[in-house]
Design a protein around this ligand. Structure first.
Ligand code: PLP
Length: 410
């Protein structure tokens, strides 16, 4: 059956979404199926969310069992699953970092987790240094979400221009530019927010040297270092926290995408020095950390944080990277291989116009061939498959990708 039958036209969604959405009806492992019965190898995982793959009975059973007990209580109360998950998150460490977490604020989305992080950082700076120490520094091509605070910390005209004015006090420096960071960062900043691999902005990887400078300057100035691990966290890069890849030592970590296996949940992990400044009612949300999402997430956490599992992700990530380098070597219009672990991509080269057309055509051709992929920035095709993928499935996906690349750019 033709894939076109599965395309939804005229869906009552706002025009900020594509008018031609593929209607997906079920999934199993690393495969998704559309309403026409066509199967796709899923190298997008719901934008780096479904780390454990699709059609999981274990997740479904936990959610159903919890729904029969209690679905929602609000943050005026708590539940055993929320406590359980919070304890696991708070007792985790970012690699060899000496920094500890004291508390976790649960939210419902990545943007919300970053909003909380920015608010906590501003509150801390106001309490410790007084007014006019509220600025937030982010890195060029970073992406932190679409709500006004997170958007204001996302230094990209493309995302911001139609929604001006922004939240005041947001500045950006080019990632990797040591001099710019040294010149700009001072105690008027409440926080620096960074990704170690820029998931939406082209998959650039932070250098160890830059991470070391961020660690040192933020510590000296008592500016809070926020690691946005919404895409890189929970083993996607082959480390529990992506920060470990470059030895970044954040004070605050934000998590979301894979946290509850596909249910909406986010977490903002904060240190004691911030927690002790908070007062009842300073921040809150109705749905964040509900019993269903946290029950599922506690199980997801156990699977994703298992060192033996993380090791397999690292090995498979190396394999994926090596296979992509082979593609780059065979096709002139494929430039750099970007990213790390199981968050990788290939750069498509050419003039701006050529690249824009080629990117869309390759994605459409991949889909026709049975492979779903993502983009990152304007010129990088992004692969973020479920972490449970096998080497054989990686090879199959890479083969389908190369076929699409060859068809479009030769
Ligand atoms: N931060 C990063 C690094 C992300 O990749 C995203 C989403 O792609 C977000 C924040 C925003 O998350 P959400 O779309 O759940 O608000």
């Amino acid at each position: 059956m033709s894939n076109e039958k599965a395309v939804t036209v005229g869906a009552p969604f706002p025009r900020n979404y594509s008018a031609e959405l593929l209607t997906l009806t079920r999934g199993e492992g690393v495969y998704l199926e559309d309403s026409a019965g066509t199967r796709y190898l899923d190298f997008g995982a719901g934008i780096a969310v479904n780390a454990l793959g699709h059609g999981r009975d274990d997740l479904a059973e936990i959610a159903a069992a919890q729904m029969r007990k209690v679905i929602h209580v609000s943050n005026l109360y708590t539940t055993p699953p929320a406590l359980e998950l919070a304890r696991r998150l708070v007792s985790s460490r970012v690699g060899a970092s000496e920094k500890e977490f004291a508390a976790v604020h649960f939210g419902n989305s990545g943007a919300e987790a970053n909003e909380a992080a920015i608010k906590y950082a501003r509150l801390y700076a106001l309490a410790t240094r007084g007014e006019n120490h509220h600025k937030v520094l982010s890195l060029s091509h970073g992406f932190h979400g679409r709500t006004m605070g997170a958007l204001s910390a996302t230094p990209s005209i493309k995302y911001q221009k139609k929604f001006l004015p922004l939240v005041p006090g947001m500045e950006a420096v080019p990632m990797g530019d040591i001099a710019a960071l040294e010149e700009t960062l001072d105690a008027t900043f409440a926080a620096v927010i960074v990704e170690v691999v820029q998931g939406e902005g082209g998959l650039a990887v932070m250098s160890r040297e830059y991470a070391e400078l961020l660690n040192r300057l933020t510590a000296e100035l008592d500016v809070l270092l926020i690691a946005d691990e919404i895409q890189t966290g929970l083993s996607r890069l082959g480390y529990l926290y992506g920060s470990e890849l470059v030895d970044l030592k954040p004070d605050i970590v934000t998590l979301s995408k894979p946290l509850a296996g596909g249910l909406p949940l986010s977490a903002t992990l904060i240190p004691e020095k911030v927690n002790e400044r908070l007062e009842l009612g300073d921040h809150g949300t109705t749905f964040g950390g509900g019993p269903v999402t946290t029950a599922v997430a506690a199980h997801v956490w156990d699977l994703l944080s298992d060192p033996a599992f993380i090791e397999t992700v690292r090995e498979k990530g190396e394999h994926l990277g090596a296979r992509l380098k082979e593609i780059a070597g065979r096709h002139e219009r494929v430039g750099q291989v970007r990213g790390a672990g199981m968050l990788r991509g290939i750069e498509i080269t050419g003039s701006q116009e050529e690249v824009a057309t080629a990117m869309s055509d390759i994605m459409a051709e991949a889909r026709r061939g049975g492979l779903l992929i993502l983009r990152s920035g304007s010129n990088v095709l992004r692969l973020a498959p479920p972490l449970v993928i096998t080497r054989e499935e990686i090879d199959r996906g890479v083969e389908l990708l190369e076929r699409a690349v060859k068809h479009v750019v030769g």
